[in-house]
Design a protein around this ligand. Structure first.
Ligand code: ADP
Length: 209
């Protein structure tokens, strides 16, 4: 995170004099306590400083990188997941291609009659199926999908960084977010490379990088 020169000055003062009250920091900088308040709250929220009532401010000793990692490890799948787009396994490949265009997604999660996850179809799966001389209206999605138990999944409580690792390791574009009950998996969301890109941009605009 990019600190202003005044914020850097505050950290230096607290490093040398902490614990020190807001009032005393203000005096050292020849500013009023009110002018200083936003800077003190930014530094406290970002984790550079900590404050104890009636004692004052002191430095936490954490570096920017440590604070960034801490913040990253608080981000969970449930905070960033998108709505999953699913298709029944008996629908045709033609319908799957239409759904991909209509819903503007790259991957469909395939479910059975009870809405349990049975597979995944991606753009390339559909392209591959389209290259043969098959009637796409009479070819069911379950014939061409990647099927359970080979589906990589995640849960809504998982760390976003772990989901990102899975996308890279398995070389896939998306993960179904599932809720497992009695061994059956209900699809409750999806995490894609686009979600990850959004987080990257969001952290930058929050001044964390
Ligand atoms: P694309 O095929 O459009 O490049 P992916 O890289 O996501 O998209 O898919 C590559 C292959 O991995 C496809 O055969 C697809 O069915 C499969 N796949 C996609 N997502 C998953 C997943 N979460 N778990 C297991 N296999 C997947």
């Amino acid at each position: 995170m990019e600190l202003t020169s005044r914020q850097q000055q505050i950290i230096e003062i607290v490093k040398e004099n902490g614990p020190i009250t807001g009032e005393n920091i203000a005096t050292k900088l020849d500013l009023t306590r009110a002018t200083l308040r936003p800077d003190l709250s930014i530094l406290t929220m970002a984790g550079f400083l900590d404050a104890r009532p009636r004692v004052g401010y002191f430095v936490t000793g954490k570096t920017g990188t440590e604070l960034f990692t801490e913040k990253l490890k608080k981000l969970k799948v449930k905070h960033y997941q998108s709505v999953p787009i699913v298709i029944n396994e008996n629908e045709s490949v033609y319908d799957a291609i239409s759904t991909i265009f209509l819903e503007d997604v790259g991957t469909l999660f395939v479910v059975d009659q009870s809405s349990n996850l049975t597979g995944v179809v991606s753009r390339k799966d559909l392209l591959r199926a389209s290259m043969g001389n098959q009637d796409l209206n009479n070819l069911a999605v379950h014939i061409i999908m990647t099927r359970m138990p080979n589906i990589t999944i995640c849960n809504k409580e998982d760390l976003l960084i772990d989901a990102a690792r899975l996308l890279i390791e398995k070389q896939i574009d998306s993960l179904p977010v599932v809720n497992t009950k009695n061994g059956a998996m209900q699809v409750v969301g999806r995490i894609t490379k686009t979600n990850m890109t959004k987080v990257f941009v969001e952290l930058t605009s929050e001044g964390m990088v």
